[in-house]
Design a protein around this ligand. Structure first.
Ligand code: MSP
Length: 515
């Protein structure tokens, strides 16, 4: 037997300074849909998420909460795990940067970088944004209200002067540009890739990679006065979970380099400039691809704690339903673009796409089978031209979706699936199986079989985005657990006539507006 191909994908690890919000839920959701798709498509998948627990921002939040830092990070990290359960994420591992395995990995990566002569001791004197955990060049800093200095993202910056180790990033400009050139898919979408290339072409300054003014971090090997810069620590999580520094281990050899790091657009530079440079300096292969998605606003406004319009994923799931939220977030916005979360838009998607289009299709067909075919899968009979056209569209779906998942075009996946939903709905209207019940029951059975087969395909393929709802739809079609992977798509695994079906229950209820 040939070994299945492997796929390693990661989310950013989330700062534990505060509770998870929709932005965090979104990044992990996109990865979850992709991980599920790849598993159903027969790949050996490792899907990683976790929490980023060091640095000044987290330390300050713990202080403000009046808790010991470790107790605070334990509490907040747990909220991210809890969110994972509510959102039905299928991650294979959950990494915390406070774990021993991660200290070991960071320190070994540091040693390898240092052994190559890429680190030197100096002094950092410049601006630092605690909110972004980022150093800012003088040229990036602007004056805000009350004389407060602000960094490029609008976050306050403070002047820092301290002994620091530096990574010779300036020496990596050409090799990074060569890497981007040789690996055109390594940064997506295209516009983001161009941004990174022009940033690197503009010249790179050496990067401060250690701090001495506080202690909440991974100690630098052989120099107890320094802890590692939180971004060097955080990025390393991706190889820690793959088993680094045990580079001979089965996991590491199977999964590194990662196939995809999914990130938000705000943290692209860390992942596509610093991270590959650190890795290359240590003699480790860089990740194959980084995709930067856009940001959500709330009813047209930037989401911010000070405005008080942060969207709590637990609340929206309680209000609209889990798979409804999963569908909305992936369907509403072309993945990579910014998007707006509004009550109207969510209700529109629930009532139109889910209740009217898909839900109604399944409900109509399953009820007719229940009433008119003795609640059993009907006999396929001889297919007509129209039957064949609909089935061909259903059979063609997997190939089309594969291409879109490979490009992380989640919205297109759903648009393509809904083309077939629409085609099936038109087919029901044209074939009018209810009118055939008396005049031509054999033809009615054929029509209902074609429709049930189409729904089977749609439900199997909907599992990555809406695992629970699609699973219930497959239950109603009598599809066994072992026949829900993509290997079961196509005519060879068609529903078997005579299989008893349970009583159909509506899967996507309408949202009755309460606002
Ligand atoms: N800890 C770093 C990542 C380290 S990865 C080695 C970090 N954490 S974060 O918690 O601040 O953000 C994590 C992710 O949430 C980022 O990808 C960010 O883009 C995303 N989002 C935060 N707010 C968002 C929106 N309003 N909309 C969409 N995503 C947003 O950065």
């Amino acid at each position: 037997m040939t070994r299945p191909s492997t796929y390693y994908l990661t989310t950013p690890i989330y700062y534990v300074n505060d509770s998870p919000h929709i932005g965090h839920a979104y990044t992990t959701l996109a990865c979850d849909a992709l991980a599920r798709f790849m598993r159903l498509d027969g790949h050996n998948v490792m899907f990683l998420t976790g929490t980023d627990e060091h640095g000044q921002k987290v330390e300050k939040s713990a202080l403000a909460a009046g808790l010991a830092t470790k107790d605070f990070v334990d509490q907040v990290s747990q909220r991210f795990r809890d969110l994972g359960r509510v959102m039905n994420y299928s991650n294979d591992d959950f990494i915390r940067t406070t774990e021993p395995r991660h200290f070991r990995s960071c320190q070994e990566l540091w040693r390898r970088i240092a052994a190559g002569g890429h680190i030197y001791l100096g002094k950092y004197a410049g601006w630092y944004s605690v909110r972004d955990e980022a150093y800012c060049a003088e040229s990036e800093v602007v004056d805000g209200a009350d004389g407060q200095k602000l960094g490029p993202g609008g976050a306050p910056v403070e002047w820092v002067e301290e002994p620091s180790y530096f990574f010779r990033l300036s020496a990596w400009q050409d090799r990074l540009l060569e890497f981007y050139e040789a690996n055109p898919d390594s940064i997506a979408p295209e516009g983001r890739r161009n941004e990174v290339i022009s940033f690197v072409k503009g010249g790179l300054r050496d990067l401060s990679v250690s701090r001495t003014s506080f202690k909440w971090g991974v100690p630098v090997p052989d120099d107890k006065d320094h802890i590692m810069y939180v971004w060097l620590d955080a990025l390393t999580n991706y190889i820690t979970a793959a088993g680094f520094p045990d580079t001979e281990s089965e996991t590491y050899r199977t999964f590194w380099p990662a196939d995809l790091h999914m990130v938000g657009k705000d943290i692209l530079r860390f992942h596509t400039v610093y991270w590959p440079a650190f890795l290359m300096a240590a003699g480790v292969a860089p990740p194959k691809r980084v995709f930067a998605h856009g940001w959500w606003t709330n009813e047209g406004e930037k989401i911010s704690k000070s405005v008080g319009n942060v969207i709590d994923p637990l609340q929206i799931v309680a209000r609209y339903g889990l798979d409804q939220v999963r569908y909305f977030l992936l369907r509403e916005v072309p993945f990579g673009n910014d998007g707006d979360f509004s009550h109207r838009a969510v209700v529109g998607r629930i009532n139109n796409d889910l209740a009217n289009d898909f839900g109604n299709l399944a409900q109509r067909v399953l009820s007719m089978i229940n009433k008119n075919c003795a609640a059993q899968v009907p006999d396929p009979g001889d297919p007509s031209e129209a039957d064949r056209a609909l089935l061909a569209a259903a059979h063609a779906l997997l190939g089309r979706l594969r291409a879109e998942f490979a490009a992380q075009a989640f919205h297109k996946v759903l648009v393509i699936m809904w083309e077939v939903v629409g085609q099936a709905n038109r087919y029901v209207d044209e074939q009018a199986p209810w009118a055939l019940r008396k005049s031509d029951p054999a033809r009615m059975a054929t029509v209902l079989h074609v429709l049930a087969e189409t729904i089977r395909h749609l439900a199997i393929l909907a599992q990555p985005v809406m695992p629970e709802a699609a699973g219930r739809m497959l239950d109603q079609l009598g599809v066994e657990q072992g026949a829900r992977g993509f290997a079961a798509l196509g005519p060879a695994h068609a529903l078997v006539p005579g299989t008893a079906l349970p009583r159909p229950e509506p899967i996507f209820p309408r949202y009755l507006d309460d606002s």
